[in-house]
Design a protein around this ligand. Structure first.
Ligand SMILES: C[S@@+](CC[C@H](N)C(=O)[O-])C[C@H]1O[C@@H](n2cnc3c(N)ncnc32)[C@H](O)[C@@H]1O
Length: 419
């Protein structure tokens, strides 16, 4: 009886669910691609911040706006320090001792309940239920200044441009002399929503966003999936917002970097809701990162269908899609040519000199990975080492080749506030 009660309790808590990185909100792509890509671009500013605060013998205060279930915390604390050596155990830029406070703000009570369940026991955490659509509320203004004002995964796309201006101007007024602001919007020209590209750029455009991707395909037709408006932006539109916020607050806002996130593997690639021609890439990329699961690498090959009237975008996507396919085909060929007995390649596929540098680098790296570990007889080296590395190499292509203009699912800006 006691056993039955214990198992029932475990099952109903939800914590006994089968875990898989292949689906759902925290799938492998979110953890190993999207979070990591954001980390890569956030790292220089965060390292600088940690150094500056350490010299002043002060710790770091974080405000996560639209925090959901406190998602920003893991992302921020997962950012690596500058160049951790292979022998280093601690690699985090902000170690837990260095954190003074993490304050999460969200409008959604259910998400905040989840956040409290996860982090509520830690006295450094607090969560506020506040509406940010009119800027900072008195409760937020009453907090001590923060060092990092953070948003993630398109939170700012919930707001009109003027609301963003107000929010960012409030951040500027609230911060002390120096702080970092991370603004996360949705990109206007993601291939996922190619059907929506025609909307005029001089208009504030909001798409009708469906969270259909959390339902299995078969279920999608039977569920009444709610939708809500989300603003799609270009780099120029974001810079206009930033300039206006700087003007209104009288504070200098310096752009550190703007980057596109999830050009190939945004959530709506697999739903095809806004472009039926999208290659269904999120699932096979999730599979690359999943332990003890082998991926059909052919399913990673992609086809780009151009849209007339968008030559500039078509050229960019063609280049990126062809680079992606070349790396995937190279890896297929490396695996086919590797002789496990001799621990060597029968023939080495060619890397052509005119390929873009990041592609050449990724191809050479895959060659060295396959050569280095292809012989290992245990632990399914293909599923557990080679495939994740193909994932990291494809991610590197995106990191190095993205222009930061609004061609991915996410368009993120890291800014320095200087008073
Ligand atoms: C795209 S989700 C991002 C959630 C989380 N930061 C993450 O990384 O997954 C946007 C979040 O913004 C919150 N949000 C939307 N409108 C808001 C508002 N007016 N005030 C405060 N939070 C809001 C939503 O409840 C949701 O949690």
């Amino acid at each position: 009886m006691a056993e039955e009660t214990a198992y029932t309790q475990a099952a109903t808590s939800g914590k006994y669910d089968k875990t898989s990185g292949l689906l759902r909100k925290y799938d492998n792509v979110r953890r190993f691609w999207e979070d990591q890509l954001t980390s890569t671009f956030l790292r220089p500013a965060l390292n600088k911040l940690v150094q500056r605060k350490s010299k002043l013998l002060k710790r770091i205060r974080v405000l996560d706006m639209g925090c959901g279930s406190g998602d920003g915390y893991d992302l921020i604390m997962g950012v690596n320090t500058k160049n951790p050596g292979i022998y280093d155990y601690t690699t985090a830029a902000i170690i837990p001792d260095m954190l003074n406070a993490y304050v999460g703000v969200d409008i959604n009570e259910d998400l905040l309940r989840q956040a409290n369940e996860c982090y509520g026991n830690n006295p450094k955490f607090s969560f506020l239920r506040e509406d940010l659509s009119n800027g900072f509320t008195s409760k937020i203004n009453a907090q001590d200044p923060f060092d990092l004002y953070f948003t993630s995964y398109g939170t700012l796309s919930h707001f009109h441009d003027q609301q963003c201006v107000r929010l960012i101007a409030d951040i500027c007024r609230h911060s002390s002399d120096q702080a970092i602001f991370v603004g996360d919007w949705l990109g206007r020209y993601s291939y996922e929503w190619q059907d929506l590209w025609d909307n005029p750029v001089d208009e504030e455009y909001f798409m009708n966003y469906r969270i259909s991707y959390i339902y299995p395909e078969a279920k999608q037709d039977h569920v009444d999936i709610a939708s809500f408006p989300l603003r799609l932006l270009t780099k120029n539109e974001i810079m206009k917002i930033i300039k206006q916020a700087a003007k209104e607050s009288g504070v200098q806002i310096k752009p550190v970097t703007l980057f596109d996130r999830s050009i190939f593997i945004g959530r709506h690639m697999d739903t095809g809701d806004y472009n039926v021609n999208c290659p269904r890439l999120r699932f096979p990329v999730n599979s690359l990162f999943e332990g003890y699961v082998r991926t059909d690498l052919e399913s990673l090959l992609v086809d780009y269908i151009p849209k007339s009237g968008f030559d500039h975008l078509n050229n960019f996507f063609e280049m990126l899609f062809m680079s992606w396919n070349t790396l995937v085909n190279h890896t297929i060929s490396l695996l086919g040519n590797y002789d496990v007995e001799k621990c060597a390649f029968g023939a080495i596929p060619e890397i052509l000199p005119f390929y873009p540098e990041p592609l050449k680098e990724a191809m050479e790296t895959m060659q060295r990975v396959v050569e280095g570990v292809g012989w290992v007889p245990w632990g399914d080296v293909r599923a557990n080492v080679i495939e994740p590395h193909l994932g990291y190499s494809l991610r590197k292509l995106e990191i190095d080749l993205q222009p930061g203009t609004g061609v991915g699912h996410g368009l993120v800006g890291v800014f320095e506030i200087r008073k």
